[in-house]
Design a binder for this molecule. Structure first.
Ligand SMILES: C[S@@+](CC[C@H](N)C(=O)[O-])C[C@H]1O[C@@H](n2cnc3c(N)ncnc32)[C@H](O)[C@@H]1O
Length: 227
């Protein structure tokens, strides 16, 4: 059995059993191979922008004899995926800014039957912010450590929700509901990063950063009291 590590296992746990998965930016295809070997999903598209990563994917797929279940595809984001081909869409290990750009040019994702599973490598606030501004709800968020690094992963669906959110919401997401110590650690790391940004930001942005930090710190205090 393939062990894809804690980070990809966290993302895999958010995939709905029985769904068809498109893994965007698959590289080595560990996630779809793991999900099929586990019996969670029947089939998957393993997609990447570049030929090199797709060759890595091909080797993994061949090593486990899963050519009939996994289709390899060159695709920039969702560009060469038809909406009818998958229900669950996974993006792991990319920056949150790139994820938001890829989602923004794919209007057919605004379908309540589809799920997004997103594990941003950086700038999580960009992708959470995009989701919250575009009618998606963050259904669940998780956090873990893998090889000494902290990661967060969320699952979202289009609900058409249009309620205003606080400026801190993209920095916090649904991590407080996760209940794991890693979620608190991740929020503290975000706070430290924001404190640095706030210390060097133009005066016009100082109040916004102060407001975000105030809410973030209150969230961290409340979670620390609980644990
Ligand atoms: C750091 S790897 C992550 C691999 C795997 N998803 C994981 O989390 O272990 C990022 C992958 O995303 C791919 N990628 C970058 N931009 C992309 C885009 N616009 N569309 C599809 N794949 C992209 C890269 O080629 C690379 O293989």
């Amino acid at each position: 059995m393939l062990d894809p590590g804690n980070r990809l296992k966290m993302a895999a746990a958010m995939v709905r059993p029985g769904s068809r998965v498109a893994d965007i930016g698959t590289d080595h295809a560990y996630l779809p191979v793991y999900l099929i070997l586990k019996g969670t999903i029947p089939s998957a598209l393993a997609c990447d922008l570049r030929q090199g990563p797709l060759c890595n994917a091909q080797k993994t797929v061949a090593a486990y004899g899963l050519e009939a279940q996994i289709t390899l595809r060159l695709s920039d984001g969702f560009d060469r995926i038809d909406p009818s081909e998958a229900e669950d869409f996974v993006l792991c290990g990319m920056g949150g800014t790139l994820m938001a750009q890829l989602l923004d040019r794919t209007p057919w994702l605004k379908d309540p039957a589809k799920r997004l599973i997103l594990q941003p490598q950086s700038h999580e606030e960009d992708v959470r912010g995009w989701l919250l501004e575009n009618g998606f709800s963050i259904l669940r968020e998780d956090a873990c450590t893998d090889d000494g690094k902290l990661y967060a992963c969320l699952t979202a669906a289009y609900t058409g929700t249009n309620s205003p959110v606080s400026p801190a919401a993209p920095y916090i997401g649904a991590l407080p509901q996760c209940g794991k110590p890693e979620a608190l650690m991740k929020l503290k790391k975000t706070r430290d990063r924001l404190r640095l940004k706030a210390a060097h930001c133009p005066p016009a942005q100082a109040q916004t950063y102060a407001d975000i930090l105030k809410e973030l710190e209150a969230t961290i205090d409340a979670l620390s009291d609980r644990s």
